[in-house]
Design a binder for this molecule. Structure first.
Ligand SMILES: C[S@@+](CC[C@H](N)C(=O)[O-])C[C@H]1O[C@@H](n2cnc3c(N)ncnc32)[C@H](O)[C@@H]1O
Length: 223
């Protein structure tokens, strides 16, 4: 059994016990600081985010950004290096402590927080919200609440960039992870955001390649 399979087994065990969210902390805390044991940690910022930041109209330096469920912090550090004022959070206190150890001189404000019960002052506060691979890591019954909370972080005229594994409606979504359907992502529109871009692509950086969606939303003035 490789590390990825072992992590999945652990997740399924917590799911069966009815204490799913605790498995993230269990995984980070039991890894002994070895990032090879964290399936999604690859020691570099998300390539979709890096590419997106090279496209026209990136957020201006000094804009406020929020990295949702930041894991080991590579995306947050990347955005901070681009001059953004970054807040990054994760449910797992061990992950947050790990970020602070990895980046002792960081400008990122790292904190442990629950996406489903976030600090109220984050409401509509961020010009850029970045979410990668968290929604797909949550059991489907948590999805609706998670989408609503993430949408709520986006300031007026702010943007939300989402990257996730993708599937068709009629494909089995046995997780973890639970790839999202296009309809599931459309919930961001129901939460008051406007879809600005939607890409459905095969990510060949993975072996085997993985189907993903990249979606960009914005909150229009008065929305
Ligand atoms: C699949 S990992 C992705 C991490 C990071 N976004 C990345 O791309 O490397 C999912 C992350 O979501 C975090 N997480 C799960 N449930 C959460 C919640 N309710 N609130 C905040 N973070 C959560 C986990 O601790 C984990 O770090």
């Amino acid at each position: 059994m490789n590390h990825r399979e072992r992590a999945r087994e652990l997740a399924l065990e917590y799911l069966r016990r009815g204490s799913f969210p605790e498995w993230f902390e269990a995984l980070y805390a039991s890894s002994g600081g070895n990032a090879d044991l964290i399936p999604w940690a690859d020691g570099r910022p998300n390539p979709c985010l890096v590419e997106w930041m090279t496209e026209p109209g990136p957020p201006a330096p000094g804009s406020r950004a929020l990295v949702v469920a930041c894991g080991l912090g590579d995306d947050a550090e990347f955005l901070a290096a681009r001059g953004l004022e970054v807040t990054a959070f994760d449910l797992s206190p061990s992950a947050i402590a790990w970020c602070r150890r990895r980046f002792p001189d960081t400008r990122v404000d790292y904190l442990a927080a629950d996406l489903l019960d976030p600090p109220p002052q984050w409401r509509r506060r961020f010009s850029l919200v970045f979410e990668a691979y968290t929604l797909q890591s949550l059991p489907p019954d948590m999805l609706e609440r998670a989408v609503a909370r993430i949408a709520d972080f986006v300031a007026t005229d702010g943007r939300l960039l989402v990257v996730t594994r993708a599937r068709e409606e009629n494909e089995a979504g046995d997780g973890p992870p639970w790839p999202l359907t296009r309809a599931a992502l459309h919930a961001f529109v129901a939460e008051g955001l406007r879809e600005v871009d939607f890409r459905d692509f095969l990510d060949r950086r993975e072996d085997p390649p993985v189907r993903r969606f990249l979606a960009l939303y914005e909150r229009c003035g008065g929305g």
